[in-house]
Design a protein around this ligand. Structure first.
Ligand code: ADP
Ligand code: 5GP
Length: 194
């Protein structure tokens, strides 16, 4: 009988904006360069300084985004603040074709939608130590205007509220001390390497 090749289960990372998702993912991709692949989302928001088209996001217009929605091009999509974000079918396929574990960095409405698909993902939530600390980190990151920071903080309360629903996440990691959070994150993503 042919051996059964198990497909790696995708990992969905969520958590409020500023919780530390990008920071921990950067470490993960550096520590395990061939094991994981990032699902590059589409977004209508403008690139931040240092972000690269096709690497951090596929930056697109609202018109094109909505066209893709109509054509069934997304596994999930949602509005966050005044922008649209979505995971294309192609983005996940690109990672699967490389035989790597697909990592999705998405917000709460996307999490709900992914749960209804057959992706069979594992879910990890990054929680800031408090909303006050989150605000400091968002301001310290200095990538968002005042209005966007306010929107992100309001959204954070909703994300944290939803994360408390039993069974939604396989693990919740409080990102207080970065080293401690990294160890926990690593153990979740690479359980066989601990
Ligand atoms: P996200 O991707 O979830 O929006 P980031 O990874 O961009 O969040 O982190 C937000 C800011 O907080 C960044 O400036 C980052 O350097 C900082 N940061 C992340 N984790 C910690 C931590 N444990 N302690 C202090 N600052 C942190
Ligand atoms: P940011 O603008 O800070 O990069 O992202 C804002 C929020 O959008 C974050 O919570 C991030 O996880 C989420 N996000 C990024 N890509 C996607 C996506 O494809 N789908 C959904 N639903 N959310 C996304």
């Amino acid at each position: 009988m042919a051996p059964v090749i198990e497909k790696p289960r995708p990992i969905v990372v969520s958590g409020p904006s500023g919780a530390g998702k990008s920071t921990l993912l950067k470490r993960l991709f550096e520590a395990y360069p061939n094991r994981f692949g990032f699902s590059v989302s589409h977004t209508t928001r403008a690139p931040r300084e240092g972000e690269k088209d096709g690497v951090d996001y596929n930056y697109t217009t609202k018109e094109n985004f909505l066209k893709m929605v109509d054509e069934g091009g997304f596994i999930e999509h949602a509005q966050f603040g005044s922008n649209l974000y979505g995971t294309s079918v192609q983005a996940v396929k690109n990672v699967a074709d490389q035989g790597r574990t697909c990592i999705l960095d998405i917000e709460m409405e996307g999490v709900k939608q992914v749960k209804k698909t057959d992706l069979n993902a594992r879910f990890v939530f990054l929680q800031p130590p408090s909303v006050e600390v989150l605000e400091k980190r968002l301001r310290g990151r200095a990538t968002d205007k005042e209005e966007a920071i306010k929107e992100r903080l309001a959204q954070a309360e909703k994300e944290i509220g939803y994360s408390k629903t039993p069974g939604v996440h396989d693990q919740i990691i409080v990102n207080d001390d970065l080293e401690k959070a990294w160890q926990e994150f690593k153990a979740f993503c690479v359980p066989d390497d601990q």
